[in-house]
Design a protein around this ligand. Structure first.
Ligand SMILES: [Zn+2]
Length: 296
């Protein structure tokens, strides 16, 4: 399942093709994905200019001139690719093992740039857990986006804000960090990574990093910094793999290489001076990877 850094990488890959472009035609090749397409889906997009391509948590938002905002979610297996009119493929905007089967090409956006270059932006989704919906007003109040917590990117999430979100919570720290109403778009992989960087156990009670005193204050500041840095490092890695992909044409399973704990059960902990090993435990039905020696 794509996590936030992958969705942001997709956004950055599509942005130069879509922003400012005019949609000439949209083909929706089936009536639904996870949900039915909105009424008059194609008609309402045809002839319109795309003002901006944004992201909120793991949702892409396409701001349409004078019209709705298109909210798009990649689901489990959704991906985009761009084909240009002269047949030279633009870099694939992909994640993990992208399906190359055209039977799963469900939506095709035909767009033309302000300079007159035509492209096709194709949404492929074998498992069809992805979706596209319209928000008529501000996307933030759409039921899909309303109630989402703070973004883990940028400088908003600092130690004080993180402490206020965790204050009084009895649940394990990992579970609280996965709660999308508190922090939006933080997933299983990056929570494990952030907790390792911060040296905090996924098992400790969430509220412990919000207790009065300098110790807890330092912990919440360390964790906020770790969350922001794992996400921004992954986005940077995604961006560089996009650039690599333009120059070669092999497939890249990106991000995996940069994990310190995720999927590394039994390996030595790579924190300087730590002699521990990475363990895998199961919390709320999902794998957690951590080092019990340096994460307390
Ligand atoms: Zn360790």
């Amino acid at each position: 399942m794509p996590e936030l850094p992958e969705v942001e990488t997709v956004r950055r890959g599509l942005q130069p093709v879509l922003e400012g472009a005019t949609i000439t035609r949209v083909e929706a090749r089936r009536p639904d994905l996870r949900f039915p397409f909105p009424e008059k889906f194609s008609q309402r997009l045809a002839g319109k200019t795309i003002i901006a391509l944004g992201r909120r948590a793991k949702y892409l938002t396409m701001d349409i001139e004078g019209g709705p905002v298109l909210i798009c979610h990649l689901g489990m297996s959704g991906s985009f690719r761009v084909e240009t009119a002269d047949g030279s493929d633009m870099p694939d905007i992909f994640h993990h093992d992208r399906s190359k089967s055209s039977t799963h090409d469900h939506v095709v956006f035909h767009v033309v740039s302000p300079a007159g270059a035509s492209s096709r932006v194709i949404f492929n989704d074998p498992r069809r857990f992805g979706f596209m919906l319209f928000a008529e007003g501000l996307p933030d109040v759409h039921p899909m986006l309303a109630g989402l917590g703070v973004e883990p990117t940028g400088n908003t999430l600092d130690g004080a804000l993180l402490a206020s979100l965790m204050k009084g919570r009895r649940s394990p720290l990992k579970a609280a960090l996965l709660d999308q109403r508190l922090i939006a778009g933080l997933g299983n992989i990056y929570v494990s990574e952030a907790l390792w960087r911060a040296g905090l156990s996924p098992l400790r009670e969430a509220g412990t990093i919000a207790r009065p005193g300098k110790k807890a204050q330092a912990q919440s500041e360390r964790l906020a910094e770790a969350i922001r840095s794992v996400i921004s490092d992954a986005i940077a890695a995604g961006g560089s793999s996009l650039r690599d992909y333009m120059q070669t044409d092999g497939s890249l399973g990106y991000f995996q290489h940069s994990f310190a704990v995720y999927d590394r059960e039994g390996e030595p902990c790579s924190k300087p001076g730590c002699s521990g090993h990475i363990e895998r435990i199961v919390q709320s039905g999902r794998s957690t990877f951590y080092c019990r020696t340096c994460q307390r």
